[in-house]
Design a protein around this ligand. Sequence first.
Ligand SMILES: [Mn+2]
Length: 431
Amino acid sequence: MSNEPTDPNAHPSLASDLEPEPAGELPVEISPTMNNGHSVNGNGSMVLVAPPVERVRRFSDHRLDELHWLLTKHGGERHLVILQDFPDPDALSCGWAYLLIAQQYDIRCDLVYAGAISHQENIALVKLTGMPVQNWPTSTLKDRDWHSYQGCVFVDNQGATSQLTQWVQQMELSVVAVIDHHAGGDIVAEFVDIRPNIKATATILTQYLQGELLVLDRNVGEHIKCATALIHGIRSDTNGLLQAQEDDLLAVAYLSRYYDPQLLRSILQVNRSKQAMDVIERALKNRMIQNNFSLSGVGYLRYDARDAIPQAADFLVTEDNVHTAVVYGIVYDKDRERELVIGSLRTSKLTLDPDEFLKEAFGHDPQGRFFGGGRSQAGGFEIPMGFLAGLNDNPNYANLKWEVYDTQIKQKLLRLISPERINPEKKAQGS
Ligand SMILES: [Mn+2]
Protein backbone atom coordinates (compact mmCIF):
# COMPACT_ATOMS: atom_id res chain seq x y z
CA MET A 1 0.00 0.00 0.00
CA SER A 2 1.43 3.32 -0.88
CA ASN A 3 0.98 6.74 0.55
CA GLU A 4 -1.76 8.92 -0.81
CA PRO A 5 -0.30 10.88 -3.64
CA THR A 6 -1.41 14.47 -3.53
CA ASP A 7 0.78 16.43 -5.84
CA PRO A 8 2.68 14.34 -8.36
CA ASN A 9 4.81 17.36 -9.22
CA ALA A 10 5.82 17.96 -5.64
CA HIS A 11 9.41 19.01 -5.68
CA PRO A 12 11.87 17.81 -3.07
CA SER A 13 12.38 20.74 -0.81
CA LEU A 14 14.47 21.58 2.16
CA ALA A 15 13.38 23.30 5.30
CA SER A 16 15.21 26.54 5.72
CA ASP A 17 16.19 25.93 9.33
CA LEU A 18 19.00 23.63 8.29
CA GLU A 19 22.19 25.16 9.58
CA PRO A 20 25.08 23.54 7.82
CA GLU A 21 27.80 25.22 9.77
CA PRO A 22 29.18 23.30 12.71
CA ALA A 23 32.29 25.01 13.96
CA GLY A 24 35.63 23.47 13.12
CA GLU A 25 34.67 22.07 9.73
CA LEU A 26 34.59 25.29 7.78
CA PRO A 27 37.12 25.73 5.03
CA VAL A 28 40.23 27.29 6.47
CA GLU A 29 41.96 29.88 4.37
CA ILE A 30 45.67 29.51 4.61
CA SER A 31 46.99 33.04 4.86
CA PRO A 32 50.61 33.82 4.09
CA THR A 33 50.98 35.46 7.49
CA MET A 34 49.97 32.33 9.29
CA ASN A 35 52.58 30.94 11.58
CA ASN A 36 52.06 28.16 14.12
CA GLY A 37 48.36 28.76 14.10
CA HIS A 38 48.74 32.45 14.85
CA SER A 39 48.61 35.45 12.62
CA VAL A 40 49.42 39.04 13.18
CA ASN A 41 46.76 41.56 12.43
CA GLY A 42 47.11 45.21 11.50
CA ASN A 43 47.80 46.52 15.01
CA GLY A 44 50.42 43.93 15.78
CA SER A 45 48.39 41.79 18.26
CA MET A 46 48.17 38.04 17.88
CA VAL A 47 44.95 36.43 16.63
CA LEU A 48 44.24 32.75 17.06
CA VAL A 49 43.56 31.04 13.73
CA ALA A 50 41.81 27.68 13.68
CA PRO A 51 44.16 24.91 12.59
CA PRO A 52 43.20 23.24 9.28
CA VAL A 53 41.17 20.40 10.76
CA GLU A 54 39.44 17.74 8.71
CA ARG A 55 39.31 18.29 4.97
CA VAL A 56 35.92 19.75 4.17
CA ARG A 57 33.70 17.15 2.56
CA ARG A 58 32.22 18.13 -0.74
CA PHE A 59 29.67 15.98 -2.49
CA SER A 60 28.65 15.80 -6.11
CA ASP A 61 24.99 16.12 -5.17
CA HIS A 62 23.64 18.95 -2.99
CA ARG A 63 21.38 16.45 -1.20
CA LEU A 64 24.44 14.60 0.05
CA ASP A 65 25.88 17.86 1.36
CA GLU A 66 22.65 18.64 3.14
CA LEU A 67 22.32 15.19 4.68
CA HIS A 68 25.97 15.23 5.73
CA TRP A 69 25.52 18.52 7.58
CA LEU A 70 22.23 17.41 9.07
CA LEU A 71 23.75 14.23 10.49
CA THR A 72 26.79 16.12 11.72
CA LYS A 73 24.52 18.56 13.52
CA HIS A 74 22.60 15.76 15.23
CA GLY A 75 25.67 13.77 16.26
CA GLY A 76 25.38 12.10 19.67
CA GLU A 77 21.59 11.90 19.51
CA ARG A 78 19.22 8.95 19.40
CA HIS A 79 16.58 8.73 16.65
CA LEU A 80 13.66 6.52 15.72
CA VAL A 81 13.58 5.31 12.13
CA ILE A 82 9.94 4.60 11.32
CA LEU A 83 8.82 2.14 8.65
CA GLN A 84 5.28 1.58 7.39
CA ASP A 85 3.16 -0.89 9.38
CA PHE A 86 3.75 -3.67 6.86
CA PRO A 87 7.30 -3.02 5.80
CA ASP A 88 8.36 -4.36 2.42
CA PRO A 89 11.93 -5.17 1.33
CA ASP A 90 12.45 -1.63 0.06
CA ALA A 91 11.50 -0.13 3.43
CA LEU A 92 13.44 -2.68 5.49
CA SER A 93 16.66 -2.39 3.51
CA CYS A 94 16.49 1.41 3.45
CA GLY A 95 15.86 1.67 7.17
CA TRP A 96 18.92 -0.46 7.77
CA ALA A 97 21.10 1.49 5.36
CA TYR A 98 20.02 4.74 6.99
CA LEU A 99 20.85 3.33 10.41
CA LEU A 100 24.35 2.36 9.25
CA ILE A 101 24.92 5.78 7.70
CA ALA A 102 23.73 7.56 10.87
CA GLN A 103 26.09 5.42 12.95
CA GLN A 104 28.99 7.09 11.14
CA TYR A 105 27.85 10.35 12.67
CA ASP A 106 27.47 8.92 16.16
CA ILE A 107 23.67 8.85 15.93
CA ARG A 108 22.01 5.81 17.45
CA CYS A 109 18.92 4.72 15.56
CA ASP A 110 16.17 2.25 16.41
CA LEU A 111 14.48 0.80 13.35
CA VAL A 112 10.80 0.18 14.15
CA TYR A 113 7.39 -0.71 12.68
CA ALA A 114 4.01 -1.10 14.37
CA GLY A 115 2.29 -3.77 12.24
CA ALA A 116 3.62 -7.12 11.12
CA ILE A 117 6.03 -8.70 8.69
CA SER A 118 4.09 -11.59 7.18
CA HIS A 119 5.34 -12.16 3.64
CA GLN A 120 7.63 -15.19 3.70
CA GLU A 121 10.29 -13.37 1.67
CA ASN A 122 10.34 -10.50 4.15
CA ILE A 123 10.53 -12.84 7.12
CA ALA A 124 13.45 -14.58 5.41
CA LEU A 125 15.09 -11.25 4.62
CA VAL A 126 15.03 -10.20 8.28
CA LYS A 127 16.08 -13.61 9.62
CA LEU A 128 18.86 -14.31 7.14
CA THR A 129 20.45 -10.87 7.28
CA GLY A 130 19.94 -10.39 11.01
CA MET A 131 18.94 -6.80 10.39
CA PRO A 132 18.19 -4.92 13.62
CA VAL A 133 14.51 -4.18 13.01
CA GLN A 134 12.10 -4.04 15.95
CA ASN A 135 8.36 -4.63 16.08
CA TRP A 136 6.56 -2.10 18.25
CA PRO A 137 2.93 -3.33 18.39
CA THR A 138 0.40 -0.62 19.20
CA SER A 139 -0.43 -2.27 22.52
CA THR A 140 3.13 -1.58 23.71
CA LEU A 141 3.38 2.03 22.57
CA LYS A 142 2.24 3.67 25.78
CA ASP A 143 5.09 1.99 27.68
CA ARG A 144 7.87 3.05 25.31
CA ASP A 145 10.56 5.39 26.48
CA TRP A 146 9.75 8.13 23.96
CA HIS A 147 11.79 10.71 25.82
CA SER A 148 15.06 8.97 25.09
CA TYR A 149 14.70 10.01 21.43
CA GLN A 150 15.58 13.43 20.09
CA GLY A 151 14.03 12.96 16.69
CA CYS A 152 12.54 10.59 14.15
CA VAL A 153 13.02 9.70 10.51
CA PHE A 154 10.55 8.34 7.93
CA VAL A 155 11.99 6.05 5.29
CA ASP A 156 10.01 4.75 2.26
CA ASN A 157 6.92 6.41 3.76
CA GLN A 158 5.85 9.81 4.97
CA GLY A 159 3.98 8.83 8.09
CA ALA A 160 0.58 8.16 6.51
CA THR A 161 1.01 4.38 6.59
CA SER A 162 2.33 4.04 10.15
CA GLN A 163 0.41 3.92 13.41
CA LEU A 164 3.53 5.31 15.08
CA THR A 165 3.01 8.70 13.45
CA GLN A 166 0.31 9.86 15.84
CA TRP A 167 2.52 8.91 18.79
CA VAL A 168 5.46 10.77 17.39
CA GLN A 169 3.23 13.82 17.01
CA GLN A 170 1.80 13.44 20.50
CA MET A 171 5.30 13.15 21.97
CA GLU A 172 6.38 16.16 19.92
CA LEU A 173 9.30 14.28 18.46
CA SER A 174 10.81 16.42 15.72
CA VAL A 175 10.99 14.96 12.23
CA VAL A 176 14.64 14.99 11.26
CA ALA A 177 14.40 13.45 7.79
CA VAL A 178 11.95 12.03 5.27
CA ILE A 179 13.31 9.91 2.44
CA ASP A 180 10.77 8.41 0.06
CA HIS A 181 9.82 7.79 -3.55
CA HIS A 182 6.05 8.06 -3.22
CA ALA A 183 4.53 11.34 -4.34
CA GLY A 184 4.67 13.75 -1.44
CA GLY A 185 2.25 14.46 1.34
CA ASP A 186 2.73 17.66 3.31
CA ILE A 187 5.15 16.44 5.97
CA VAL A 188 7.60 19.01 7.30
CA ALA A 189 11.13 17.89 8.18
CA GLU A 190 14.62 19.28 8.45
CA PHE A 191 15.71 17.18 5.48
CA VAL A 192 13.29 16.07 2.78
CA ASP A 193 14.33 13.88 -0.13
CA ILE A 194 11.20 12.74 -1.93
CA ARG A 195 11.70 11.62 -5.52
CA PRO A 196 8.57 10.19 -7.15
CA ASN A 197 10.49 9.61 -10.39
CA ILE A 198 12.71 7.00 -8.68
CA LYS A 199 11.30 3.48 -8.53
CA ALA A 200 12.65 2.43 -5.13
CA THR A 201 13.81 4.25 -2.01
CA ALA A 202 16.68 1.75 -1.98
CA THR A 203 17.99 3.47 -5.12
CA ILE A 204 18.10 6.78 -3.22
CA LEU A 205 19.85 5.20 -0.22
CA THR A 206 22.33 3.51 -2.56
CA GLN A 207 23.14 6.90 -4.04
CA TYR A 208 23.96 8.08 -0.51
CA LEU A 209 26.34 5.12 -0.20
CA GLN A 210 27.89 5.88 -3.58
CA GLY A 211 28.37 9.42 -2.37
CA GLU A 212 30.33 7.88 0.51
CA LEU A 213 28.17 9.00 3.40
CA LEU A 214 29.10 5.47 4.40
CA VAL A 215 32.02 3.77 2.68
CA LEU A 216 31.04 0.13 2.12
CA ASP A 217 33.66 -2.44 2.98
CA ARG A 218 33.63 -5.96 1.56
CA ASN A 219 35.18 -7.25 4.77
CA VAL A 220 32.31 -6.09 6.94
CA GLY A 221 29.55 -8.70 7.08
CA GLU A 222 26.91 -6.12 7.91
CA HIS A 223 27.78 -4.12 4.78
CA ILE A 224 27.54 -7.19 2.55
CA LYS A 225 24.17 -8.10 4.01
CA CYS A 226 22.82 -4.58 3.78
CA ALA A 227 23.95 -4.29 0.14
CA THR A 228 22.16 -7.58 -0.56
CA ALA A 229 19.01 -6.30 1.16
CA LEU A 230 19.12 -3.11 -0.93
CA ILE A 231 19.31 -5.09 -4.17
CA HIS A 232 16.32 -7.11 -2.98
CA GLY A 233 14.53 -3.83 -2.17
CA ILE A 234 15.14 -2.42 -5.65
CA ARG A 235 14.13 -5.71 -7.27
CA SER A 236 10.91 -5.98 -5.34
CA ASP A 237 9.80 -2.39 -6.06
CA THR A 238 10.59 -2.70 -9.78
CA ASN A 239 8.90 -6.03 -10.45
CA GLY A 240 12.19 -7.93 -10.57
CA LEU A 241 13.92 -5.01 -12.38
CA LEU A 242 11.45 -5.11 -15.27
CA GLN A 243 10.34 -1.58 -14.43
CA ALA A 244 13.76 -0.40 -13.32
CA GLN A 245 15.14 2.74 -14.87
CA GLU A 246 18.65 4.01 -15.29
CA ASP A 247 19.03 5.21 -11.68
CA ASP A 248 17.80 1.89 -10.28
CA LEU A 249 20.05 -0.16 -12.56
CA LEU A 250 23.07 1.99 -11.76
CA ALA A 251 22.36 1.51 -8.07
CA VAL A 252 22.17 -2.27 -8.53
CA ALA A 253 25.42 -2.18 -10.51
CA TYR A 254 27.13 -0.39 -7.64
CA LEU A 255 25.72 -2.77 -5.04
CA SER A 256 26.79 -5.77 -7.10
CA ARG A 257 30.36 -5.10 -5.98
CA TYR A 258 29.37 -5.84 -2.40
CA TYR A 259 26.34 -8.13 -2.32
CA ASP A 260 26.17 -11.83 -1.53
CA PRO A 261 24.42 -13.68 -4.41
CA GLN A 262 23.98 -16.81 -2.30
CA LEU A 263 22.17 -14.85 0.38
CA LEU A 264 19.92 -13.16 -2.18
CA ARG A 265 19.03 -16.53 -3.67
CA SER A 266 18.13 -17.89 -0.22
CA ILE A 267 15.83 -14.92 0.42
CA LEU A 268 14.07 -15.28 -2.93
CA GLN A 269 13.75 -19.05 -2.83
CA VAL A 270 11.98 -19.29 0.45
CA ASN A 271 8.77 -21.32 0.36
CA ARG A 272 5.27 -20.09 0.97
CA SER A 273 3.52 -20.81 4.26
CA LYS A 274 0.60 -23.22 4.32
CA GLN A 275 -1.82 -20.43 5.07
CA ALA A 276 -0.61 -18.46 2.04
CA MET A 277 -1.13 -21.58 -0.10
CA ASP A 278 -4.65 -21.97 1.33
CA VAL A 279 -5.53 -18.38 0.50
CA ILE A 280 -4.24 -18.86 -3.04
CA GLU A 281 -6.34 -22.00 -3.34
CA ARG A 282 -9.46 -20.13 -2.23
CA ALA A 283 -8.69 -17.27 -4.59
CA LEU A 284 -8.37 -19.72 -7.46
CA LYS A 285 -11.61 -21.50 -6.61
CA ASN A 286 -13.69 -18.35 -6.04
CA ARG A 287 -12.48 -16.33 -9.01
CA MET A 288 -14.88 -14.81 -11.47
CA ILE A 289 -13.63 -13.58 -14.83
CA GLN A 290 -15.24 -10.65 -16.59
CA ASN A 291 -13.78 -8.65 -19.49
CA ASN A 292 -10.26 -9.92 -18.77
CA PHE A 293 -10.53 -9.01 -15.09
CA SER A 294 -10.26 -11.81 -12.54
CA LEU A 295 -12.05 -10.99 -9.28
CA SER A 296 -11.87 -13.16 -6.20
CA GLY A 297 -13.01 -12.84 -2.61
CA VAL A 298 -11.23 -15.18 -0.18
CA GLY A 299 -13.45 -14.68 2.87
CA TYR A 300 -12.01 -14.26 6.36
CA LEU A 301 -8.32 -14.53 7.04
CA ARG A 302 -5.94 -13.98 9.91
CA TYR A 303 -4.39 -10.58 10.28
CA ASP A 304 -0.87 -11.96 10.04
CA ALA A 305 -1.79 -13.77 6.82
CA ARG A 306 -2.74 -10.62 4.96
CA ASP A 307 0.34 -10.79 2.75
CA ALA A 308 -1.20 -13.85 1.14
CA ILE A 309 -3.67 -11.57 -0.67
CA PRO A 310 -1.16 -9.81 -2.95
CA GLN A 311 0.44 -13.18 -3.62
CA ALA A 312 -2.91 -14.60 -4.68
CA ALA A 313 -3.41 -11.59 -6.97
CA ASP A 314 0.07 -12.13 -8.41
CA PHE A 315 -0.97 -15.66 -9.22
CA LEU A 316 -4.41 -14.93 -10.69
CA VAL A 317 -3.02 -12.34 -13.09
CA THR A 318 -0.94 -15.06 -14.78
CA GLU A 319 -4.02 -16.77 -16.26
CA ASP A 320 -4.56 -16.75 -20.00
CA ASN A 321 -6.77 -13.84 -21.14
CA VAL A 322 -6.59 -12.12 -17.77
CA HIS A 323 -4.86 -8.76 -17.61
CA THR A 324 -5.96 -7.63 -14.16
CA ALA A 325 -6.64 -9.49 -10.92
CA VAL A 326 -8.27 -8.18 -7.75
CA VAL A 327 -8.26 -10.35 -4.62
CA TYR A 328 -9.80 -9.30 -1.32
CA GLY A 329 -10.80 -10.65 2.06
CA ILE A 330 -11.80 -9.65 5.58
CA VAL A 331 -9.14 -9.47 8.28
CA TYR A 332 -9.56 -8.89 11.97
CA ASP A 333 -6.90 -6.79 13.66
CA LYS A 334 -6.84 -8.08 17.25
CA ASP A 335 -4.39 -5.44 18.35
CA ARG A 336 -6.60 -2.55 17.44
CA GLU A 337 -9.89 -4.42 17.62
CA ARG A 338 -10.88 -3.42 14.16
CA GLU A 339 -12.04 -5.38 11.19
CA LEU A 340 -11.35 -4.41 7.62
CA VAL A 341 -11.65 -5.49 4.06
CA ILE A 342 -8.26 -5.54 2.42
CA GLY A 343 -7.49 -6.21 -1.19
CA SER A 344 -4.80 -6.16 -3.84
CA LEU A 345 -4.80 -5.42 -7.52
CA ARG A 346 -2.26 -6.62 -10.04
CA THR A 347 -2.34 -5.76 -13.71
CA SER A 348 -0.28 -6.37 -16.80
CA LYS A 349 -2.32 -3.84 -18.77
CA LEU A 350 -0.09 -0.84 -19.24
CA THR A 351 -2.96 1.57 -19.81
CA LEU A 352 -4.63 0.68 -16.52
CA ASP A 353 -3.53 2.91 -13.67
CA PRO A 354 -4.16 0.98 -10.41
CA ASP A 355 -4.14 4.17 -8.39
CA GLU A 356 -6.87 5.78 -10.50
CA PHE A 357 -8.82 2.55 -10.82
CA LEU A 358 -9.02 1.85 -7.08
CA LYS A 359 -9.83 5.44 -6.20
CA GLU A 360 -12.58 5.48 -8.76
CA ALA A 361 -13.94 2.09 -7.69
CA PHE A 362 -14.05 2.63 -3.92
CA GLY A 363 -13.99 6.39 -3.45
CA HIS A 364 -12.99 7.88 -0.11
CA ASP A 365 -14.08 8.08 3.51
CA PRO A 366 -15.88 11.11 5.04
CA GLN A 367 -12.50 12.70 5.79
CA GLY A 368 -11.61 12.55 2.11
CA ARG A 369 -9.02 9.80 2.52
CA PHE A 370 -9.10 7.29 -0.30
CA PHE A 371 -9.64 3.62 0.55
CA GLY A 372 -7.04 2.58 -1.96
CA GLY A 373 -4.21 3.61 -4.19
CA GLY A 374 -1.20 2.26 -5.95
CA ARG A 375 1.78 2.53 -8.18
CA SER A 376 2.36 1.21 -11.66
CA GLN A 377 0.92 -2.31 -12.15
CA ALA A 378 0.00 -2.80 -8.48
CA GLY A 379 -2.27 -1.35 -5.86
CA GLY A 380 -4.06 -2.09 -2.63
CA PHE A 381 -7.10 -1.04 -0.67
CA GLU A 382 -8.29 -1.11 2.92
CA ILE A 383 -11.88 -0.45 3.93
CA PRO A 384 -12.76 -0.32 7.63
CA MET A 385 -15.99 -2.18 8.39
CA GLY A 386 -17.28 0.33 10.90
CA PHE A 387 -20.54 -0.67 12.52
CA LEU A 388 -20.43 -4.22 11.15
CA ALA A 389 -16.96 -4.83 12.56
CA GLY A 390 -16.29 -7.38 15.28
CA LEU A 391 -16.26 -11.10 15.63
CA ASN A 392 -19.48 -13.01 15.95
CA ASP A 393 -19.65 -16.62 17.07
CA ASN A 394 -22.64 -17.36 14.92
CA PRO A 395 -21.36 -18.83 11.63
CA ASN A 396 -24.54 -17.82 9.79
CA TYR A 397 -24.01 -14.24 10.78
CA ALA A 398 -20.37 -14.38 9.66
CA ASN A 399 -21.41 -15.86 6.29
CA LEU A 400 -24.06 -13.25 5.80
CA LYS A 401 -21.64 -10.47 6.57
CA TRP A 402 -19.12 -11.87 4.11
CA GLU A 403 -21.76 -12.15 1.40
CA VAL A 404 -22.76 -8.54 1.87
CA TYR A 405 -19.19 -7.33 1.53
CA ASP A 406 -18.36 -9.69 -1.29
CA THR A 407 -21.39 -8.52 -3.28
CA GLN A 408 -20.74 -4.86 -2.59
CA ILE A 409 -17.08 -5.02 -3.63
CA LYS A 410 -17.85 -6.98 -6.80
CA GLN A 411 -20.56 -4.48 -7.64
CA LYS A 412 -18.21 -1.52 -7.24
CA LEU A 413 -15.56 -3.18 -9.37
CA LEU A 414 -17.97 -4.34 -12.05
CA ARG A 415 -19.34 -0.82 -12.38
CA LEU A 416 -15.97 0.04 -13.89
CA ILE A 417 -15.21 -3.25 -15.61
CA SER A 418 -18.53 -3.88 -17.37
CA PRO A 419 -21.07 -1.15 -16.67
CA GLU A 420 -23.71 -2.81 -18.91
CA ARG A 421 -23.80 -5.88 -16.65
CA ILE A 422 -24.49 -3.94 -13.50
CA ASN A 423 -27.02 -1.57 -14.95
CA PRO A 424 -28.89 -3.23 -17.81
CA GLU A 425 -32.00 -0.98 -17.45
CA LYS A 426 -29.98 2.16 -17.76
CA LYS A 427 -28.40 0.90 -20.92
CA ALA A 428 -31.80 -0.08 -22.31
CA GLN A 429 -33.16 3.37 -21.54
CA GLY A 430 -30.21 5.04 -23.14
CA SER A 431 -30.35 3.09 -26.38
MN1 LIG B 1 9.28 1.58 -1.85
